[in-house]
Design a protein. Structure first.
Length: 430
């Protein structure tokens, strides 16, 4: 499924109504059968709005771009989002999804969305209308056991190693600066049995912040990984091209994997590894000891200073052991608006036609240490493409245009509602 949604249509000005619209639309897309046209009636108050097709109804799912492939997921008994909502609800509303993993030790892959677990519906959710995203694996279909959706954000751990079965994709520190939220404007949502992708920032709209990209799903694997039954090849990237971020939010990536030592010996168990923007003052980095925040997906700090040395020692900057996932080109392939610097990624030449077209750079996951490494893989269904001003990029593409990459159709979509700072991604259209 590849769709566009807008949680604020139909007069949904209340943040709680928008959250319900957002969650219901995601659930409908992720669980939609192939060939179907998912729809969700906009809720504007705690009382359900008219059913789609009746007088006054407005569909939150604004466009179904492609439905040849199913959404790929099933809602578990842990989901509690309904056609209306209770403004006094004391627990987060959540959409909890599952599907088979292909791995005997953890037979279910998990993907969950929930209203802000820190600022609940019966409290100050209108101040912090963030949607939390958690993914991982479990022995059960529901959010239970080691995949328990607790009422807190819980994303960081020493050396990137975790004992639990989940990872919070867009962890934040409690401030109102997280971009995955049901603000006004358009979102592109792609869901299959292999991935979930969300991008915000149609230029004609105003999503609150100038764009974000989220990838949650499978990655390609090394052959030696495939023989183990406890390592579903999961990966995530969350990129925010907007405001300043503190130690818990902004740009991060994760992967669940086994690693291999220099003699070819595979470690005894898999673990989570991640990169995360951090307050560098805590780590006494010689290149930036002033406490500025780093962006691991662009290589710039919040003062606009390039950190050239991280390519040789990435672990010191991320306080863990996963390599920067944007390749090729090292730092600079992704840029953020608040650094007041547009890192331009230009076109390439189509070898068949000779025409200048947007590039298609894979998003790569890897743990690169001589003592214990995993060469990782690439995200499925998404490529990073152009960046720069909207005028510059539209010399080489038309919004919504389809390109062929490795014999598959990809839909071009740019994040960012500021015409000066935009990032183009290519999303598999199938």
């Amino acid at each position: 499924m590849l769709c566009k949604i807008n949680a604020t249509v139909g007069g949904a000005t209340d943040e709680k109504a928008r959250a319900i619209n957002f969650l219901r639309a995601i659930q409908a897309i992720c669980t939609a059968p192939a060939g179907s046209t998912p729809s969700v009636a906009s809720v504007t108050t705690p009382t359900a709005s008219p059913v789609i097709g009746t007088a006054g109804s407005v569909d939150v799912i604004r466009e179904v771009i492609s439905n040849a492939e199913a959404g790929g997921w099933t809602a578990s008994a842990s989901s509690n989002v309904t056609a209306n909502y209770n403004a006094s609800n004391a627990v987060p509303y959540q959409v909890d999804l599952y599907r088979d993993s292909g791995k005997a030790a953890y037979p279910f892959r998990k993907l969950s969305f929930r209203s802000n677990p820190v600022h609940l519906f019966n409290g100050g959710y209108t101040t912090y209308p963030v949607i939390g995203v958690t993914y991982g694996f479990n022995t059960a279909q529901t959010a239970t056991g080691n995949y328990l959706l607790v009422q807190r954000w819980n994303s960081l751990a020493t050396d990137g190693v975790y004992s639990r079965n989940y990872f919070d994709v867009n962890f934040y520190d409690g401030n109102d600066n997280n971009d995955f939220r049901p603000s006004a404007g358009e979102w592109l949502i792609a869901s299959t049995d292999r991935y979930f992708i969300a991008l915000s920032g149609g230029l004609a709209d105003a999503p609150g912040y100038p764009g974000s990209m989220m990838y949650v799903g499978l990655r390609t694997t090394n052959t030696w990984e495939d023989q183990y039954d406890d390592n579903p090849p999961l990966g995530s990237v969350y990129y925010s091209g907007s405001s300043r971020h503190t130690s818990g939010n902004g740009q991060n990536a994760s992967m669940w994997c086994r690693t291999m030592g220099p003699t070819g010996t595979v470690n005894s168990q898999p673990a989570w590894y991640r990169i995360h923007n951090i307050n560098t003052g805590s780590f006494n980095i010689s290149q930036d000891i002033s406490g500025n925040n780093l962006c691991p997906l662009s290589g710039w700090n919040n003062q606009g200073t390039p950190l050239n040395s991280f390519s040789t020692n990435p672990r010191y900057h991320w306080a863990n052991q996963m390599q920067v996932p944007m390749l090729p080109g090292g730092w600079g392939m992704m840029r953020s608006r608040y650094r007041e610097n547009t890192q331009v990624v230009g076109p390439v030449t189509d070898p068949t036609t000779g025409v200048a077209v947007p590039p298609a750079y894979p998003i790569t996951f890897a743990r690169n240490l001589q003592s214990s490494h995993n060469s990782g893989g690439t995200a499925i269904g998404i490529y990073k493409s152009l960046s720069g001003t909207d005028t510059f990029m539209q010399y080489y593409y038309t919004p919504g245009q389809t390109f062929v990459v490795n014999n598959e159709a990809y839909y071009a979509y740019a994040i960012g509602n500021d015409s000066t700072y935009r990032d183009l991604f290519l999303i598999r259209k199938y």
